[in-house]
Design a protein around this ligand. Structure first.
Ligand code: RP5
Length: 167
């Protein structure tokens, strides 16, 4: 079964160095995605129109990345009942704390699932886990990814023990 698409929306092209990691993760999992620049403040009409038609356009999850007074994820969430994942971007003198609070502190009724500051990889993995609720093949890929990560950490632990033994 073909996965639904993931939309990755960023507030500015200056967010791309972080946000491209989300696109790369989705690509690894063969999940189709559309990556766009849209701003809650600079292109509010386009952002609202995109979110309003996202479900009928075949999207299953929206990832929204923005920095500073980061209203993008919340505004998109206000215009769709698709799950919205927010990535607060560290793009200001406040080190991303401003974006974190703007993204995570949503009022009751309009949730945004917020990942860590600059947490693009986890945003993509969480989006994949949402799609995997109805996609067994994708769930298997995610499990394999998790097993590979575990094996990598066990290897690192083994290497560390060898180094400690040499002390
Ligand atoms: C936010 O303002 C963007 O998401 C970006 O993180 C920040 C700065 O944008 P630019 O001034 O670099 O376009 O809306």
């Amino acid at each position: 079964m073909q996965s639904k698409k993931v939309a990755i929306i960023m507030g500015s092209d200056s967010d791309l160095p972080i946000v491209k990691n989300a696109a790369a993760q989705l690509k690894k999992l063969d999940i189709p995605c559309e990556v766009r620049v849209m701003s809650a403040h600079r292109t509010p009409k386009e952002a609202c129109a995109f979110a309003s038609s996202a479900r009928s356009n075949g999207f299953g999850v929206i990832i929204a990345a923005a920095g500073k007074a980061a209203h993008l994820a919340g505004v998109l969430a206000a215009h769709t009942t698709l799950p919205v994942i927010g990535i607060p971007i560290k793009s200001s003198t406040l080190d991303g704390l401003d974006a974190l609070l703007s993204t995570v502190q949503m009022p009751k009724g309009v949730p945004v699932a917020t990942v860590a500051i600059d947490g693009a990889d986890n945003a993509a993995i969480l989006a994949a886990q949402m799609l995997a609720l109805e996609d067994e093949a994708l769930a298997k890929k995610l499990m394999n990814m998790r097993l590979a990560m575990t094996a990598e950490v066990l290897e690192k632990d083994k290497a560390l023990q060898a180094q400690i033994d040499q002390l």
